[in-house]
Structures are given as C-alpha cells and as structure tokens.
Design a protein around this ligand. Structure first.
Ligand code: ZN
Length: 365
C-alpha cells in the first residue's frame, strides 16, 4: 500500500542551500491535557508564522511575520516501522491516511466537507520510515510520523527541553525563517501509557460514536484519528484558532479541529469544521495538483535517518542535520476548571528554535 517507486530529484529545488546558510527555525506544536482557558480574540483560523510567539493553550494567534506554507504542496509522509504498542501497524496506517485525507476531502466552493473542488494540497503515504528523529537535512529528508516510548527526543541535546509530558503529540515544522517556506514536518506521538502526569496511550481508531470511557484506574483510549487530524493541520502550517468564548460549544473555533482542547473520548476532531475548511482553502486554494504529482521531500527522500547504507548508526548531528528541539514554551495546567476529571484536552506548544550553528561532525562515527 505504501510502496512508492520512482522518486525523482526535486525538480524545482535543485539549489538547496546548506543549513549553515539557511535561516532556519523549528516550530513544534503539541497536544496535551489542559484545562481552563479564557478568550483571546475573535474566532478565526490561525496561520503559523515566522515571528510567532509560543502559542500555548489560550495564547493568541500571532499574525506578524511570514506565514508558514508549503510552496509546492505535493506532500508525503512515512510512518516509522516500529508503530505503536497500542495499535497494529495496518490500523495506524488506516487512521493516519484518513486523518490527512480529511484535509483534502473538502469542497472549497461550497466550504463543506466532501468531494468537489478540493484545496491544492496532496498527501502521499510512503513505505515505512526508520526515523524517530525530527530533522531537516540537506542530504535528504522524510516527513516522519513516529511513536515514542519513552516520550523523549532521541537526539535531544542536554540544553534542549524535553518533549512536553502532557502532550499527545508534537509536530515539528522546519521552515525558512525569512520566507516562511516549510521545508520538512515531523510528527512525534507520545506512546507512553497515559497517567495524571503524562499524556499518551492507549490509542485506538474509535467508533464514530466516540471512544469508550475509561476510569481513573484505567484510561479509555484516545482517538488517534482526532489527534493526527489536528496535527496534520499543523503539518500544513495552521496554528490554533482563538475562540471568542472557549466555553461556548457554538463558537466556530471551539467546533474546529484546530481548537486546542478536546475530550479524550471525543472523535469530533476527525471532522473538519468551517473554520478549518476556510483555513485550508484559503492557504491552498484549488489548483491543478493531482495524485501524479512528485512528493519527493526537499533534498531527496531519505526514509532511514538512523543508519547508513551499511547499517552503521548515524550521528544525531551529522552533516546537514540541525537541532530538532530547543527553547520550550512554558506549559500551563490549570487546576480549577469545568473540565471533568480524566477528560482530555489539546494544547498548542509552539517552540521556536533558532538554528544557531551548523553541525559539522561526520555521520556514522
Ligand atoms: Zn495543536
């Protein structure tokens, strides 16, 4: 299902500058258990930008700077072959494919979910990756989707903050900080067992009626499609909308997939709301892309970011690699709220990291 032969060199981007000459930032966006927020601004979708501040929970959308966008939105992704301990690989593939497809299955003319005039963005699943790292390399890339247990960045430097314990997932969007062009996006999913101190599994592809409820001793599953559909919005450069009233179920932002908060048992975020549809149709207005387009990542496809052709381990900071994590936004958990115990919420974590230096140690040593 995920075989994809015939990768050609990236046609329009043969002149990829080395990382040392590219002004890069990484933006990470995550979801976690949160509670209690206040209104920030009028309901509307939010675009991630080159000059945004960390957007955590109620944090308002930042509109200055260049918006992040895929200049050639013929995109691919690959799920790490190790999958999750909670679901079979085939189930994960189906859930992830459906999640990305939700952003394409939109009629931009009628602004409704369904077939019609779709946004000009294509998502192509690839064969499994061997990559639990978020990297942008000049020597090849993969938009990897990896489940991590323990929930930590395997290439984290000592001075890097850890992944947020209460996040379900973090999507790291590599982009040019001058133009906002997205270069690579990696989705890391927290595969630890959820607890009061840690988000995470179990995950499932839940029924349309919702995930079965758990109890304080054994959490019910969270809906993987809801999580990945939300993260896929970040993958294409959409931030968290800001509601007029976060407690109003009729608020257009509260209804949106890109709202930061959600019940753990809910499957609502699988389905795009008008605010989400407006975002994807405005950012990627209908065009001429179809499934024959070339989704080769920037610099070529590199499905395995962990070992070389001889099976030798690749260093985290090999040539072309840039740090994947760094300055962390503050995280807020509100104790008092109207959110029921053991409910689940989504939070935005926008982590901005300047790539301060070129990593130059050779790989494989
Ligand atoms: Zn988010």
């Amino acid at each position: 299902m995920h075989s994809f032969p015939g990768f050609a060199p990236w046609q329009s981007r043969a002149q990829v500058m080395p990382v040392s000459r590219l002004p890069l930032r990484v933006v990470a966006v995550g979801m976690a258990l949160v509670a209690g927020f206040s209104a920030a601004r009028a309901s509307a979708y939010c675009r991630m930008t080159t000059q945004g501040e960390p957007q955590v929970g109620e944090a308002r959308c930042v509109e200055r700077g260049a918006p992040l966008v895929w200049k050639d939105p013929c995109l691919s992704y690959a799920i790490d072959y190790r999958g999750s301990v909670y679901m079979d690989y085939a189930e994960i593939e189906a859930a992830v494919d459906a999640s990305f497809a939700a952003w394409r299955n939109v009629d931009c003319d009628a602004r409704v979910v369904g077939s019609g005039n779709p946004p000009n963005v294509i998502f192509r699943p690839l064969q499994p990756s061997t990559c639990q790292r978020s990297e942008y390399n000049t020597t090849g890339n993969v938009n990897t989707i990896a489940f991590l247990d323990p929930w930590e960045n395997p290439c984290r430097d000592e001075d890097d903050p850890p992944y947020e314990p209460l996040a379900f997932a973090v999507t790291i969007v590599w982009h040019n900080t001058t133009t906002g062009e997205i270069l690579d996006a990696d989705m890391m999913i927290n595969d630890q067992l959820a607890s009061r101190l840690n988000a995470g599994g179990p995950y499932d592809d839940c029924p349309d009626t919702g995930c079965p409820a758990g109890n304080p001793g054994a959490l019910g599953p969270a809906d993987l499609r809801s999580i990945v559909t939300h993260e896929a919005g970040h993958f294409i450069g959409i931030g968290h909308c800001s509601p007029e009233d976060p407690e109003d179920p009729n608020d257009p932002c509260v209804q949106a997939t890109m709202f930061y908060r959600n019940e753990r048992s809910s499957v609502d975020k699988r389905t795009l709301a008008l605010d989400d549809i407006n975002a994807v149709c405005d950012i990627y207005p209908p065009g001429d892309l179809d499934t024959s387009c070339d989704p080769t990542p920037m610099g070529g496809l590199l499905l395995n970011c962990e070992t070389d052709a001889d099976g030798n381990p690749l260093a985290c900071d090999g040539p072309g690699a840039a740090p994947s994590n760094g300055g962390c936004s503050a995280y807020r958990t509100a104790g008092a709220s109207s959110v029921p115990p053991w409910s689940t919420a989504l939070i935005a974590l926008l982590l901005w990291v300047m790539v301060a230096r070129q990593r130059s140690r050779p790989r494989g040593v």
